[in-house]
Design a binder for this molecule. Structure first.
Ligand SMILES: Cc1cc2nc3c(=O)[nH]c(=O)nc-3n(C[C@H](O)[C@H](O)[C@H](O)COP(=O)(O)O)c2cc1C
Length: 302
């Protein structure tokens, strides 16, 4: 038996496999297909203060080795989540990470304040790859001043571990990582999807009404892995790696370059129980290499 437990600062997981936000609903949706007690953590769909209706259809498009999504952050809002889903999620022995976002910096703080009251919420994950409505729709993580106010504001609102989720829109990586560390972020997660485009040749038009959509899945894995490698080598914060992981080997690549845990996104769409086969594969790999604890594997590829 190998020890799969990992510690990301204040957040301890029984194993490194996390379900990524937006790909497992609020837990209930995936629970008939996967025993949630067996994953390291579940991250629920990004919550805003009020319910949000998201983008008009079409919202998903399969492409070579990936999926484009234009969901537009549809969600039920933090109050309905607290009423409808938190009691259900409380019956599982897994870490609960709540992904949050806002149209303004202040909305992030409001959502964090609401969730801070609940012990069951193990950590908050800030999706700073969403558009800032007050500043013409540029994503929050590309604007250092606003990023500072979000992370600092949320830090003042809660003592829970704070995960900041980054994406390819970050412009100045080193400055951004310094700010996150100084403002009290505990953990980094990356990457969010890559802004991308699809043209419907038959219709001679953009496929999505909002034109751009987010690309996820194996198509982005080597790009995501490079981002994770570079962030791990610059920042002292623990990193959750994600982007295109669909097999144990994919997960091991992220762990070997130093991610402390991994998250699965579109893998859950292909096989909602993929977390279990990936965990099994990681365990078998460690056994075959004679490594007793996963922590001893993390970061071996320098
Ligand atoms: C349909 C869909 C919805 C998503 N919703 C969210 C979300 O609400 N918040 C968030 O931070 N990331 C969201 N993501 C991004 C994923 O959590 C993940 O970062 C991304 O898909 C890359 O991982 P993957 O290639 O394994 O899917 C979403 C992704 C997809 C495909």
């Amino acid at each position: 038996m190998v020890n799969l437990a990992v510690s990301l600062g204040k957040l301890n997981l029984k194993n490194p496999v996390i379900l990524a936000s937006g790909t497992c609903g609020y837990g209930r949706e995936i629970s008939p297909y996967l025993d949630l007690n067996q994953v390291g953590a579940i991250t629920v769909k990004g919550l805003s203060y009020y319910p949000f209706s998201g983008n008009p259809p079409p919202r998903l498009r399969e492409v070579y080795a990936g999926v484009l999504n234009s969901i537009g952050l549809e969600n039920k809002g933090v109050y309905d989540f607290i009423q409808e889903d938190l009691p259900f999620l409380s019956s599982f022995d897994t870490r609960l990470l709540v992904n949050i976002w806002g149209e303004t910096a202040n909305e992030f703080v409001q959502v964090a304040q609401e969730l801070d009251r609940f012990e069951r919420v193990d950590a908050l994950e800030l999706n700073v790859s969403c558009p800032n409505i007050e500043r013409g729709g540029a994503v929050f993580c590309s604007d250092l001043e606003i990023l500072k106010s979000i992370v600092g504001g949320v830090r003042d609102a809660t003592r829970k571990p704070l995960i900041v989720k980054l994406g390819p829109e970050v412009k100045e990586w080193e400055k951004t990582l310094d700010i996150l560390e100084n403002e009290g972020a505990d953990i980094l997660s990356l990457t969010n999807s890559f802004p991308a485009l699809f043209v419907d040749v038959g219709e001679m038009d953009f496929f999505f009404k909002r034109k751009f959509a987010g690309l996820s899945g194996p198509a982005i894995k080597p790009l995501a892995l490079k981002m994770v490698y570079e962030v791990v080598n610059y920042s002292s914060l623990p990193v959750i790696g994600m982007g295109g992981i669909v097999s144990a080997d994919d997960a091991l690549e992220f762990l070997l370059v130093g991610a402390k845990a991994v998250a699965l996104g579109v893998a859950n769409f292909v096989d909602p129980a993929s977390a279990l086969s990936i965990l099994e594969g990681i365990e078998q790999y460690l056994e075959s290499k004679g490594i007793e604890s996963l922590e001893d594997l993390i970061g071996r590829v320098k």
